[in-house]
Design a binder for this molecule. Sequence first.
Ligand SMILES: [Mn+2]
Length: 316
Amino acid sequence: MKTNLLELCELLCQQDNIVILTHKNPDGDTLGSGFGLYYTLKHLGKHACVLNSDGFPERYQFLVPDHMELDFEPEFVISVDIADTTLLGNQLERYANQIDLCIDHHISNQISANYAYVIPEASSAAELVYQIAEKLVDKIEGPIATALYTGIVTDTGCFKYSNTTVECHLYAAELMKNGVEFEKINRAMFETKSRARLGLERLILDGMEFYCDGKCAMTAVSRKEMEELGADNTTFDGVSAIARQIEGVELGFTIREDGANFYKISIRTSEKVDASQLGRLFGGGGHKRAAGCNISGTLTEVKEKLIQAAQRSLTN
Ligand SMILES: [Mn+2]
């Protein structure tokens, strides 16, 4: 059921013992919106807990409070930034049919929940949580502000991507007024690279191949290469954008080996190609400019499928 903001805030006020689910391979938005909501609920005196199937990566530890354990019986379950239940991951699978409220901005959202606040036009799930927090607390500051700013900047590539909205600029301005440490957050999110990340970028650049008259760029990273680098899923945050940075490229695929004959594909596009539609061709989904999917087969087969799909979508 779709709910409006006021109903949603009333609903939240009536609940307690709230579990907040974030998606596997967590990014800045799922954790930023999750913890933004968590600190808002704590401010209201509620018991709440943020859960993630993969734990909270080192990179985002600044969002996580000292004590984060599920030490109550959940009565209300909220998912944030999760487009479908397969993204819950193994550890949270058991909540798949128990989601009471879904807060999301994916156009491909498939979650069936009792209440849904799903706005595809929003830049980020954090933008939606901002709208909720604004109604529930006097001033969005401290850890709520840090978390929501992190969600907004990471999903918009620091206000650069096409999903950037007027609202998210206004919300960020308000967060700045309230003292959010924007420079520190931006440096940590965009300007600090681990050695593993540097190595990964080198691999991605070295392995770049071009198809469709240079309009499609494709690069693949194997599990062995990732292990040698000491790279994990968070090392991959944002590297998919590299292919699209190349002049003339309208469609970029970043292929990551994730199992025997199993590959995860990140799709990034310019305004001419709908990434979400391409992802859906292979059972995935996402946004207009950024989407993903999984494909089984040998690397050669996977590349062949992607090249064919690229040719079709570039000639449409
Ligand atoms: Mn998001």
